[in-house]
Ligand binder design. Structure first.
Ligand code: 1CP
Length: 347
């Protein structure tokens, strides 16, 4: 490329690296999904598991919110449980993950394999290659995985839960077997994210949706080391790495040590407070309450502006919700949100 024709870095990637941006980039956790009629039209034809395993369809639903709203990043359509099948875990969805034979013993842990992504989930890498051809340069592609502790929760509990009591009981009753399971999941996840990077993902995000079930002490014992290990192994790819410890208000000082470039913050903690704990060397992503999308437009605008004011124009902010979008959200509210962030931050 000759001088003067250098393509500007997309705002999302610039913000991950705490560089100046023409506007604050925005995307939404779970931006592809059941609140979109065009997603439901695809889901009428195929079940969720088939959708994740059919690259053309997975790429199509990834593109849907980009086309409709013009977000600043796309996220691969898949699920945090997808790589677990390669470990020998028997996975189904109804609508959340269901494991018929949850892992509850040391013997079961030792019988699991470390998954090889090229062998067990090649459709994910094929989806990424299709998306890199079809996405506009303004919407970089985020690859993702669950954090080992969160994936462990579903693997031991066998389904979603408010408390994941079986999963927590196994930590305390069989700490060594639990540690071996977390290790195998971490190794599988590291290889899985590395394969996504090789296939063309431009940033990687690790979802620790259930980190907030742990006390800071247990978080440091059971959850953080596995995340640190994955992040250290992914560094050679030179991509921005995002870590989201959901319900992590009491865990921020520890999450800072994960080694990520960006920390996702849920809506319970003001971004100004998160930044004062995380320090100036980390970017933040978040953190509008997903319920704000149900408010009248003037209240939604006030809440968007409040999130922006907490950052105060400092570099290194990616606007997002504080957790996934609710299924009954009106898509028109999402359009309003994306436009509002762009208008309020245009520089
Ligand atoms: O029936 C359907 O259409 C399935 C609903 C659905 C969808 C759209 C599930 C089942 N997974 C997904 C896609 C998905 N899951 C994406 C890609 C879409 C996007 O973001 O645009 C991502 C990033 C995920 C990640 C995911 N899955 C997380 C982490 C994020 C979070 O929200 O905390 C978790 C915890 C899951 C588990 C899961 N998968 C599906 C459901 C309904 C759940 C939650 C289960 C529970 O209640 O615990």
């Amino acid at each position: 490329m000759s001088a003067g024709q250098v393509t500007p870095e997309p705002p999302f990637l610039a913000a991950c690296r705490r560089r100046p941006v023409p506007h604050t980039p925005v995307w939404i956790m779970r931006q592809a999904g059941r609140y979109l009629p065009e997603y439901m039209a695809v889901r009428q034809k195929v079940d969720f598991l088939t959708l994740t395993k059919t690259p053309d369809l997975a790429a199509e639903v990834t593109l849907q919110p980009i086309r409709r709203f013009g977000m600043d990043a796309a996220i691969l359509f898949s699920d945090i449980m997808t790589p677990l099948e390669g470990m020998g875990v028997d996975l189904d969805f109804d609508p959340g993950p269901v494991i018929r034979n949850p892992v509850r013993s040391a013997g079961h842990v030792d019988g699991l394999r470390v998954g090889d992504p090229e062998e067990s989930v090649p459709f994910v890498m094929e989806t990424i290659r299709i998306l890199r051809r079809e996405l506009p340069a303004s919407a970089p592609l985020i690859g993702f995985a669950g954090a080992p502790f969160t994936t462990y929760c579903y693997t031991v509990q066998g389904s979603g839960s408010k408390t994941f009591i079986e999963a927590k009981a196994f930590l305390y009753a069989e700490p060594e077997a639990a540690a071996r399971l977390l290790d195998k999941i971490a190794e599988t996840t590291s290889r899985y994210l590395s394969a996504q990077a090789d296939a063309g993902a431009q940033a990687l995000m690790i979802f620790d949706s259930w980190a907030g079930l742990l006390s800071p002490r247990d978080y440091r014992r059971f959850a953080l080391p596995a995340v640190q290990r994955i992040i250290a192994e992914l560094r050679s790819h030179r991509l921005p790495l995002i870590y989201f410890p959901n319900q992590g208000s009491t865990l921020m000082a520890s999450a800072r040590e994960a080694g990520a470039d960006v920390i996702g913050v849920d809506w319970r903690l003001p971004l100004s407070e998160a930044r004062s704990v995380l320090g100036p060397d980390l970017a933040v992503q978040g953190n509008l309450d997903p319920a704000a999308l149900f408010a009248p437009r003037d209240e939604l605008a006030r809440q968007v502006d409040r999130v922006l004011a907490e950052v105060g124009g400092a570099p290194g902010h990616i606007f997002n919700l504080g957790h996934g979008i609710e299924r009954t959200t009106d898509p028109a509210a999402v359009a309003f949100l994306v436009d509002r962030v762009h208008e309020q931050t245009a520089r």
